[in-house]
Design a protein around this ligand. Structure first.
Ligand SMILES: [Cu+2]
Length: 291
């Protein structure tokens, strides 16, 4: 693991905290060593050519050129190594990431709804069922557009900026966006995916270390892009249950007292409205739209 720690430091990457991350680190490490070897090899060749074919030694041009097959062999070797990297490592690794999702029961499914300039999270609550969402229900107090008339959505948990997940359990995040293309990127988990309006893009990872990790937007999405950050907290199973309970209580309080929002009353771009008195405090991590 020492060499992987070195490459992470060299590339400015945080230490890996996910089950598959070491594979990404290995391929990054191999690519960098390979590129370093190519750089040294071609630089040496360049300097050799400058000296070997200098004007003083070669006053007349030789029209037959190089007769040695070494450069051809070298070039074929480079092509071969690159093909092995791509076909043997990169494509299978990628295929495993996108084709072999953990079964739904085993994983924790969460909907990530991106907007300028924050990430909202929608969890199914104790009943395990996601409530219906529609853009017409989106308002300042209903950032993901949860349908207030859908019984499955009554116990749903919605948070902005901060998500908690339990350690050692696969997390399946289904990415979507309310406005422009964003990218949900968790560097410590070595995972990221575009959040595109009208699409539902699943990504998955298994956190293996408890802690607080940075979530960033990896697509230039507007003036507040650089401030579009959030946190992913990997909890012990006990801490995660406590967080779920706390969020469910807050959601229950809001659902019971909140008036039914009328569709179209507030659009995503509408100016900030005064918050209702019975609304629970939002996490401080929620970034302001001005970014
Ligand atoms: Cu963004």
């Amino acid at each position: 693991m020492n060499s992987l720690a070195l490459i992470n430091e060299f590339l400015g990457q945080p230490p890996n905290a996910s089950a598959h991350g070491y594979q990404i680190d290995h391929i990054l490490e191999f690519c960098h060593w390979f590129m370093a070897a190519l750089f040294i090899g071609w630089s040496t060749f360049f300097i050799f050519v400058l000296i070997r074919f200098r004007k003083r030694r070669q006053p007349a041009a030789d029209h037959a050129g190089v007769r040695s097959p070494i450069s051809t062999h070298l070039e074929f070797s480079v092509v071969l190594i690159e093909a092995v990297l791509l076909v043997g490592f990169a494509i299978p690794l990628w295929a495993k990431r996108v084709n072999q999702f953990p079964p739904g029961k085993e994983g924790l499914v969460v909907h990530v709804v991106a907007q300028q300039f924050s990430f909202n999270y929608h969890l199914p609550g104790p009943d395990g069922q996601f409530g219906r969402r529609d853009v017409s229900f989106v308002s300042n107090s209903n950032p993901v557009g949860l349908d207030p008339n859908d019984p499955a959505g009554k116990d749903d948990i919605v948070t902005t900026g901060e998500l908690h997940v339990p350690v050692d359990r696969p997390v399946i995040a289904e990415l979507s966006s309310k406005d422009v293309i964003h990218d949900y990127f968790v560097p410590a988990m070595r995972i990221g995916g575009d959040a595109i309006p009208g699409s539902l893009i699943p990504i998955w990872f298994t956190p293996i270390k408890t802690g607080t990790y940075e979530v960033i937007c990896a697509q230039l999405c507007g003036l507040g892009h650089s401030g579009m950050k959030g946190t992913l907290v990997v909890d012990t199973p006990q801490d995660y249950q406590a967080w779920l309970k706390e969020r469910a209580e807050l959601a229950g309080g809001a659902q019971g007292a909140a008036p039914s929002p009328s569709p179209g009353a507030a659009q995503p771009g509408a100016p900030q409205q005064p918050q209702p008195q019975n609304k629970p405090p939002q996490p401080a991590a929620s970034p302001s739209p001005s970014g």
